[in-house]
Design a protein around this ligand. Structure first.
Ligand SMILES: [Zn+2]
Ligand SMILES: [Zn+2]
Length: 133
């Protein structure tokens, strides 16, 4: 989980702050703030703060805040809000992999697998079509 993009010489790593966020499913996500001490090219000690999420989100993006974390109700993966949609019919949160996007009246409607199956059922489609202008 070390993050050393600058290829600097890290001499210390200390957890200086954390917060715990409990998702609706009961899963816990920690927001950790590490103070990284490193030496620069001149050999001087510098510090910077490195923010990481534990566990790291499956979507690979560092969330802005605990409120930005979403759990997919299908695969139980963790994502940021921008990487998820909610089912139009039941509101379940889904990652892009698990969401079915249905085209309706030129609008893309996100659906969970159950509701996508229901809407694609030919009998449901037929009766729904009767009410369309
Ligand atoms: Zn998913
Ligand atoms: Zn649904």
């Amino acid at each position: 989980m070390s993050n050393n993009p600058l290829n600097i010489n890290i001499v210390g790593k200390e957890l200086v702050d954390y917060s715990r966020h409990i998702l609706p499913s009961g899963k816990e996500v920690y927001f950790l703030v590490y103070e990284i001490t490193h030496t620069d090219a001149q050999g001087l000690c510098r510090t910077y703060k490195d923010r990481v999420t534990f566990p790291p989100l499956d979507g690979g993006i560092q969330p802005e805040s605990p409120e930005d974390v979403r759990e997919c109700s299908e695969c139980e993966g963790l994502f940021t809000a921008s990487q998820t949609v909610s089912c139009h019919d039941c509101g379940r949160i889904l990652c892009m992999q698990d969401a079915a996007l249905t085209e309706e009246n030129e609008e893309r409607i996100p659906l969970c697998p159950e509701h996508a199956a229901k809407r694609n059922n030919p009998i449901v489609r037929f009766f729904n079509s009767l009410f369309k202008a």
